[in-house]
Every structure is written in C-alpha cells, then in structure tokens.
Write a protein that binds this ligand. Structure first.
Ligand code: NAD
Length: 256
C-alpha cells in the first residue's frame, strides 16, 4: 500500500488511532484528525513520524465547513485521498423522553452527517483516479438496538444505509464502500461508559465489565487492532470486489 494516502477521522485515540497506525505500517501516508488543537497531539505526531509519514488536521466533525477544509488540506498536503475512514463518534445514554436535544444533534452530526460530508468531498478525487476505498465505522448498534441509545442507534443505522448507497453509486468506478460494525471494543469511549455506569448503579467496574460482556459470546472486549486489521484489508487491492457489505466484528453478538 505504498504511495496510498489515507484520511482517518477521529484518529487521535482508540479505534481511529489503531486504524491510522495499521495503515501507516503498511506504507500509507496518513492524515490524522481530531477536534483538539494541534499542540495537544504534537507528541503523538512526533512518535508516529519516527517511522511513518503522518500529518494532523484539526476539524470538528460537527462543522461541515471544517470537514471540507480538512479534506482539502489532506489533498493539498499529500496530493490526494485514496482511503477514507469515517471513524469519529461519540455516545450518550438516556431514556428518550430525557434525551438532551443538543446530544441528539451532536451524535447525528458527528456519527452520521460527518461521513456524508467527507464522502461527498473526497469522491471526485477518487473517481478521477478510478481508485478509492471508503470504510465507515458504525457499530453493532447499526444492526440492532439497545434501550437508551436513541441517537447512537439512529446514527449508526444511518451509516449502514449511507454505505449501501455509496457502494451502489461507485460500483463501476473502482471505489468500494463498506461498513464495520464492532461490538464492545476497549477504548476511552467504553472506559468512560464503564465509569459512568459504575457510578450510576453504585457497583464496581468488574460488575459493569460483566454487564457489558454478557451480550458478547466470546466474553472479551474486541481489541482495536482487530478493527484496524480489517480496515487495512478492505483498503487493499485484494478487497476490490468487497463493496456494500456490513461486517460485524462483535464476538458473535449478532449470531444469537
Ligand atoms: P474514542 O472516544 O477513543 O475515539 C473517538 C474519536 O472521535 C476520538 O479520536 C475523538 O477525538 C473523535 N471525535 C469525537 N468527537 C469529535 C469531533 N466533534 N470532531 C472530530 N473528532 C471527534 O472512541 P472509540 O471507541 O475509538 O470510537 C471510535 C468509533 O468506533 C466511534 O464511531 C464509535 O461509535 C465506534 N464504535 C466503538 C465501539 C467501542 O466499543 N469502543 C463499538 C462500536 C463502535
């Protein structure tokens, strides 16, 4: 995958960072993204640039204009975008009648609309080269529902629909678009949920771990590297005929 350029949204931690590292290890030049100012990720960039070629573009995935600037900055820095990974995401858990309106808007914007904006902006360049890979990171909640996750479940189901449309629209253009649906992966997003649940229910973290893992037949959290390896495969030439697919990486959750 030498000479390929990847843009990975929400890639300063968790799954996104694992994806960025995996693609960089395969020889891609990678544009990282996050909402934090560049000075906050300087040490991460220095560390990655020891062995790889990466840059960082700050852009809030709630802001369509910032998203467009990020895509243009990637094309200006590295000359093109071959691989686009829509990974940025947030979570909020509350019963629907109490769901804060601003949380609904933020989750729909970051977890769904941002992918529409990045794809819309990156596709012309991919079509010109007749080569492109788009990988969307949804969730098992793009396939099934859980209570109290109205915005997250809606956005992730939307991501699955968006993926299918893009796959059909690009099928003859040398571009693929797929969506990965992880079960629980141990990242800061899940660590925060575990801490919140432990506090809310007055129980210890181990009990919350067990609560989370009861749905995942393997009985363990998915490792971020497992998602990253799949993204890297989907981004390779070997995956040219895999498009429009929904790929659960959920330890057997949806087999039940
Ligand atoms: P994380 O909190 O470690 O990472 C989320 C990333 O999104 C961070 O890099 C953060 O900076 C970025 N981000 C958040 N808001 C942003 C904004 N407004 N603008 C730009 N970047 C923003 O969480 P994670 O677990 O690595 O999640 C990554 C993706 O995987 C998310 O889309 C999440 O829904 C999905 N996912 C996670 C799990 C899990 O169990 N961890 C399961 C299924 C799906």
């Amino acid at each position: 995958m030498k000479n390929k350029v990847a843009l990975v949204t929400g890639s300063t931690s968790g799954i996104g960072l694992a994806i960025a590292k995996s693609l960089a290890e395969k020889g891609c030049r990678v544009m990282l993204n996050g909402s934090r100012e560049a000075s906050k990720v300087e040490s991460l960039l220095t560390e990655l640039n020891r062995d790889h070629d990466v840059a960082y573009q700050r852009a809030n995935m709630m802001d369509p204009e910032a998203i467009l600037r990020m895509v243009k900055a990637c094309e200006a820095t590295f000359g093109k975008i071959d691989i686009l990974v829509n990974n940025a995401g947030i979570q909020h858990v509350a019963p629907i009648e109490e769901f804060p309106l601003e949380k609904w808007d933020a989750i729909i914007a970051i977890n769904l609309s941002a992918a529409f904006h990045t794809i819309r902006a990156a596709l012309p360049g991919m079509k010109e080269k007749k080569w492109g890979r788009i990988v969307n990171i949804a969730s098992i909640h793009g396939m099934i529902a859980s209570p109290f996750k109205a915005a997250y479940v809606s956005a992730k189901h939307g991501m699955v629909g968006l993926t299918r449309v893009v796959a059909l629209e690009t099928a003859k253009a040398g571009i693929t678009c797929n969506v990965i649906c992880p079960g629980y992966v141990m990242t800061p997003l899940v660590e925060n949920q575990i801490a919140d649940q432990a506090k809310a229910h007055g129980i210890d973290r181990k009990a919350v771990y067990e609560m989370f893992l009861k749905d995942q037949p393997t009985g363990r959290f998915v490792d971020p590297s497992e998602i990253a390896d799949l993204v890297t495969f989907l981004s390779s030439d070997a995956a040219a005929s895999i498009t429009g697919t929904i790929l659960p990486v959920d330890g057997g959750w949806t087999a039940k």
